[in-house]
Design a protein around this ligand. Structure first.
Ligand code: HGY
Ligand code: MN
Ligand code: MN
Ligand code: MN
Length: 396
């Protein structure tokens, strides 16, 4: 199963993955999901938001109080192999284990693949689960654009999703009792003796876009005194973001920049930069962003440049459902419980469902990059753990 998915969207030169929603490599991942579901005679469903579901329904046809597991198949640009797919592959593998052990679910057991979890194409993370949970205005989602200026509505329509039908799906949510997501750990908290952990919380995190607007001009004939170069306040703001993070015990990253027009011999007319900031509490994140904006405005003024800040998404702290978390920890006989600095569909869905997360050890501690890794033995321990949790949750 893993071997079939591994090469999809992989850059053989870097080992990184580019699987952006509804692009050829992600569509190939969707086809893989449907093949694996059908190979297990699971009932396949896609909701009105581009998310995929595969259901193992009990013999008595029960449809309510389902246990849902899974994750996402899309990636960040140049992402790792495990972030997302490990949760989906482990879900199918856990079903195989349960069936091999003669488990008959008393309630439906579903595998989900949520769309656009990384927000790498349309800019909002967990877009599929946010739409399902009603956590984003459908009109805003429809108007989101990708790097080529194509809207979510256009691309969704081309892929069988009615843009006028996106949004909170109460019919589906009412059938689900809880969601448990397995995910590769994206830090270094799990050691060799503890291949599996359980999430306690997701720290507050968000994304902001900074638009610096200056005056495009000729790189050779424009005197320094005459320039309104947006690249200069942008550059100093990146350094200011790092200083603000150190001041406020948060993290701040500028990983994406768009320079217009992007010519070597043209002073840019505009620079768009995206800030990702996360911290132990909302105060530290808000203080970081406030400092960044204050610096950006002062730097922009100094160069005769305009600057606008737009909040693209913000997720407050997610404290996973304690009762479900404790039940998961009990089913696993006691494993480490740890917070994460990474956002997840389980975090978004925790607003509408009891959710829990399992983490599988990542010996490199690297994620969102080709060095992201999980040893086979630890992945198998993750499948065993997920199967134990699901067996406990689906029993009558
Ligand atoms: O950005 C995140 O934290 C997640 O991997 N989408
Ligand atoms: Mn990720
Ligand atoms: Mn992920
Ligand atoms: Mn010229």
């Amino acid at each position: 199963m893993w071997a079939a998915l591994l090469p999809v969207g992989r850059d053989t030169a870097t080992g990184g993955y580019d699987r952006f929603v509804w692009t050829p490599s992600e569509l190939e991942c969707r086809a893989w999901f449907l093949d694996e579901a059908r190979a297990r005679s699971l009932d396949v469903e896609s909701d009105g938001n581009g998310n995929l579901f595969a259901w193992w329904h009990p013999a008595d046809g029960r449809r309510d109080d389902a246990v849902l597991t899974g994750s996402h198949l899309d990636s960040v640009p140049g992402g790792g192999a495990f972030d997302g797919p490990l949760g989906v592959v482990s879900a199918f593998a856990a079903i195989d284990l349960l069936r091999a052990r003669g488990v008959e679910p008393a309630r439906p057991l579903g595998v989900a693949a949520f769309a656009e979890e990384e927000g790498a194409r349309f800019g909002v993370a967990c877009l599929g689960s946010r739409l399902l949970a009603g956590a984003i205005d459908p009109a805003r989602a429809r108007a989101l654009t990708d790097g080529a200026g194509r809207t979510f509505a256009e691309v969704a329509a081309e892929n069988g999703v009615d843009p006028d039908g996106i949004g909170r799906d109460d019919a589906l949510l009412s059938r689900v009792g809880c969601y448990v997501e397995l995910h590769v750990e994206q830090g270094r908290a799990l050691g060799p003796a503890t291949p599996v952990g359980v999430a306690s919380a997701i720290v507050p995190h968000g994304r902001w876009r900074l638009d610096f607007t200056g005056e495009g001009n000729h790189a050779g004939t424009t005197r320094l005194i005459d320039r309104r170069d947006p690249m200069l306040p942008f550059a100093s703001t990146v350094l200011a973001a790092r200083a603000a993070a150190e001041r406020h015990d948060s993290v701040a990253t500028v990983g994406k920049v768009r320079v217009v027009p992007g010519g070597v011999n043209a002073i840019p007319s505009a620079v768009a930069a995206w800030l990702d900031s996360r911290g132990p509490d909302e105060r530290s994140v808000r203080a970081t962003v406030a400092d960044v904006l204050e610096h950006a405005r002062a730097a922009a003024r100094g160069h005769g440049v305009g600057v606008e800040l737009t909040e693209e998404s913000y997720t407050e702290v997610v404290d996973f459902n304690l009762a479900l978390r404790d039940r998961v920890v009990r089913a696993l006989g006691g494993v480490p419980v740890l917070p994460t600095g990474a956002g997840h569909d389980a975090g978004v869905l925790s607003a509408v469902l009891p959710t829990a997360m399992l983490f599988v050890r990542n010996p490199t501690g690297v994620s969102h990059a080709p060095a992201e890794h999980a040893e086979t033995a630890d992945c198998l321990a993750g499948v065993e753990a997920l199967a134990a949790v699901l067996a406990d949750l689906v029993r009558g």
